[in-house]
Design a protein around this ligand. Structure first.
Ligand SMILES: Cc1cc2nc3c(=O)[nH]c(=O)nc-3n(C[C@H](O)[C@H](O)[C@H](O)COP(=O)(O)O)c2cc1C
Length: 189
């Protein structure tokens, strides 16, 4: 029996190449997982390796999958990681200009427990549009793992390769699982 289904959305930043860590963290707790990628993220990830690990097609476009399925599978939690400056700003504004962004917009709208793990440098994170986007997403109930409470801070420009090694994949999954449990406990009352 599975504990839940995790939808993962990866964006175009270095840690995308390590997304298997998140898939494995979910699978170790008996969750299933599937990966959707932004068009930019496709250059960072090992598509056949992820498909073998998850048993699910990596989706990046609107074309019909081999199963013929067009609609989103039932999803218990959504993790967007690594989330780029670009995609975080778009998600906050509700933009849906590719398959990944459309999926995210719809899943947040369905109130699926959602965790975003940004991977941005300090210069980008200092911009007002980004700060506003993070605040707006938090207002909407999305858990954004950024700042001292989460021990995950923007890195100095040019240090992304080193920071990639400490990307908090396990914390991303654990937070998503906790949010999902909260929803279950609340609806059982
Ligand atoms: C090698 C490489 C590394 C990048 N790293 C980052 C990054 O760490 N954070 C970020 O926000 N953008 C990064 N970018 C820029 C994004 O890929 C770019 O803004 C892209 O448009 C993001 O698209 P997406 O948000 O649809 O995935 C990187 C680009 C390249 C080519």
């Amino acid at each position: 029996m599975t504990s839940g289904h995790l939808q993962i959305v990866v964006c175009g930043a270095g840690p995308a190449s390590d997304v298997a860590h998140l898939v494995r963290a979910a699978q170790q707790q008996s969750w299933t997982a599937a990966v959707t990628a932004t068009p930019s993220a496709m250059a960072f990830i090992d598509v056949p390796g992820i498909e073998e690990l998850t048993g699910a097609e990596v989706r990046s476009s609107y074309r019909t999958s081999p199963s013929g399925r067009r609609s989103l599978p039932s999803t218990d939690a959504l993790v967007i990681a690594p989330a780029t400056y670009n995609s975080i700003n778009k998600i906050a504004l509700g933009l849906a200009d590719n398959y990944a962004m459309t999926s995210v917009a719809e899943l947040i709208g369905r109130q699926v427990p959602t965790v975003i793990v940004p991977f941005v440098n300090a210069a980008l994170a200092a911009r007002a549009p980004f700060r506003n986007a993070v605040a707006s997403l938090r207002d909407e109930g999305v858990r954004v793992l950024l700042g001292p409470d989460h021990q995950w801070e923007p890195h100095p420009p040019g240090s992304g390769n080193e920071r990639q090694r400490s990307f908090p994949w396990t914390m991303a999954f654990e937070t998503a699982a906790q949010l999902r449990q909260l929803v279950r406990d609340t609806s059982a009352r």
